[in-house]
Design a protein around this ligand. Structure first.
Ligand code: F6P
Length: 498
């Protein structure tokens, strides 16, 4: 058993806008860092970062830029797509969101309908900011409806007050089945509860890159907030997709959220690679892949407020970089490991056994917040305990413990990062999300993967259609060109009475 060699990179503590990254427990020595930065240079990471922010078509399969950074470009410095500055349109949406916040009165419930990138970002932000002591909140019930499973729909419709509910349909494509079906069901609920067509039209909003489809659904054009095809769904919380943040916590708070992300963009664009937090985090993961062939990594925020963060990150990382071919269609050696996590210290009482003594080495990002998130008399003491657990876990994982009893032996050598946020508010939440977005982009560049498409999600959607038709018919099904023998037998299991 050997303890992890503490990093002898000249520096293992990095800072960006008061966010601290301590990579000492990565065990990366100066020679390895040198070779990692050489790999970054060889992969033209510098050039990629420039291209990303300049609006070059970094999403090469769809020939599009990935310009979510423009959505948090609060100074409105021109950003060009196809020779046109997009900032006036972005700023116009900000103006409309602010206007809406000012007239959003008497609303008790918001039903936000959307899935994947149209759900995780706003849901995470609403949840996280609800934990901020003294935050100015309108106190509306914010309901997030994503799954086609009617359980959530049912639960929400039992709680919401139809006369004072607003519905926001969020879908980049406006063709996503779950969202379309849920939107129809909620409109029907409004009707069934006596709301007139004009009242429904007043209550219905849409956020989309497909404005004609939102109009065709019946949303009043005045209530449609556009975004653009150069914003990926999983990068869209900075657009009007983040509307619930502004509506619940105010437009200034939403702007703070954007400002934190913008500050992290500025750091990612301008800091030398050797001091660049998203790059250091990307390279440390690459190092663990090359050294330990790691297949998964965990992110453990020691904060209940960030309990949704790992779920948001799963889509960001795995939908962006979970690919086995590179930008040129060639097989890759490395791509995105499986990402999982949940808030600590709860996670310690669940799967940390495996992290300490399992056969796999699983690197961890620990995230800690310097300040407690309540003013309760117990806050300081509980927070000390929370932080000491976080630090102790990292130390135990790194150093392990040798005993004569193999069962009680901890192998150690298990790498981790520690990220420290000075506090959790809209600004630092924005900065944290942008840090991981930029890390995902940097990893894509290092692996030579296009991080901005998701072709792998399509096949299942196509196959579901004939299967649904077969389930609907209720008749016995035989395998055919669309349904294989196993699935035909499974459909028959559902269709026959048990
Ligand atoms: O199926 C995956 C996906 O396309 C995600 O990339 C996206 O975030 C989600 O579905 C929802 O898409 P939309 O916003 O178009 O409804």
């Amino acid at each position: 058993m050997s303890s992890i060699p503490v990093s002898d990179h000249p520096q293992s503590v990095f800072r960006a806008h008061e966010i601290v990254l301590d990579s000492a427990y990565q065990g990366i020595d100066a020679t390895h860092w040198k070779s990692l930065f050489a790999q970054a240079k060889e992969a033209n990471l510098d050039r990629f970062i420039g291209d990303l922010f300049a609006g070059k078509p970094v999403n090469n399969s769809e020939n599009r830029p990935a310009l979510h950074s423009a959505l948090r470009n609060l100074e409105k410095t021109p950003v060009f797509v196809d020779g046109k500055d997009v900032m006036p349109e972005v700023a116009e949406v900000w103006r409309r969101i602010e206007g809406l916040c000012n007239k959003w009165i008497g609303v008790t419930d918001v039903i936000h309908i959307g899935i994947g990138g149209s759900d995780f970002g706003p849901r995470l932000a609403i949840e996280a900011l609800a934990h901020v002591p003294d935050i100015d909140s309108r106190g509306m019930r914010m309901h997030f409806l994503a799954n086609i499973d009617t359980a959530d729909l049912n639960r929400i419709l039992q709680r919401a007050l139809p006369n004072s509910t607003r519905v926001v349909i969020v879908s980049k494509s406006f063709t996503t089945l779950e969202t379309a079906k849920n939107a129809k069901a909620v409109v029907k609920w409004l009707k069934d509860n006596g709301r007139t067509d004009s009242q429904i039209s007043h209550a219905l909003y849409a956020v989309t890159a497909n404005v004609p489809a939102a109009k065709a659904f019946g949303v009043d054009p005045e209530n449609i907030y556009p975004f653009w095809d150069w914003v990926g769904g999983r990068y869209s919380v900075w657009s009007a997709v983040g509307l619930p943040i502004a509506l619940q916590y105010g437009f200034d708070t939403f702007k703070q959220f954007l400002a934190g992300a913008q500050a992290m963009d500025q750091h990612f664009r301008t800091a030398p690679l050797e001091e660049n937090l998203p790059v250091i985090m990307a390279l440390s993961l690459l190092y663990q892949q090359q050294k330990h062939q790691i297949k998964s990594y965990a992110v453990i925020p020691y904060a209940d407020a960030l309990d949704w963060f790992p779920k948001w990150l799963q889509q960001l990382d795995m939908e962006s970089n979970g690919k086995s071919v590179d930008r040129d269609g060639q097989p890759v050696k490395y791509s995105c490991p499986v990402v999982f996590g949940s808030s600590g210290s709860n996670a310690q009482h669940s799967y940390f056994q495996l992290l300490h003594q399992g056969t796999e080495i699983i690197p961890i990002d620990f995230i800690a917040i310097r300040e407690p998130m309540s003013h309760l008399p117990e806050a300081q003491e509980h927070h000390r305990i929370l932080l000491s657990n976080c630090l102790a876990q990292a130390q135990a994982l790194a150093n392990g413990k040798k005993t004569d009893n193999p069962n009680n032996t901890y192998p150690g050598n298990r790498p981790s990062n520690l990220l420290i946020l000075p506090k959790l508010n809209a600004y630092y939440l924005g900065a944290l999300l942008a840090l991981y977005e930029n890390r995902a982009a940097a990893l894509g560049a290092l692996w030579n993967i296009n991080s901005f498409d998701q072709p792998g999600v399509e096949l299942g959607k196509v196959l579901a259609k004939p299967i649904e038709a077969a389930l609907k018919s209720g008749a016995h099904v035989d395998a055919d060109a669309h349904i294989d023998a196993v699935t035909a037998a499974r459909i028959n299991l559902f269709n026959q009475s048990l």
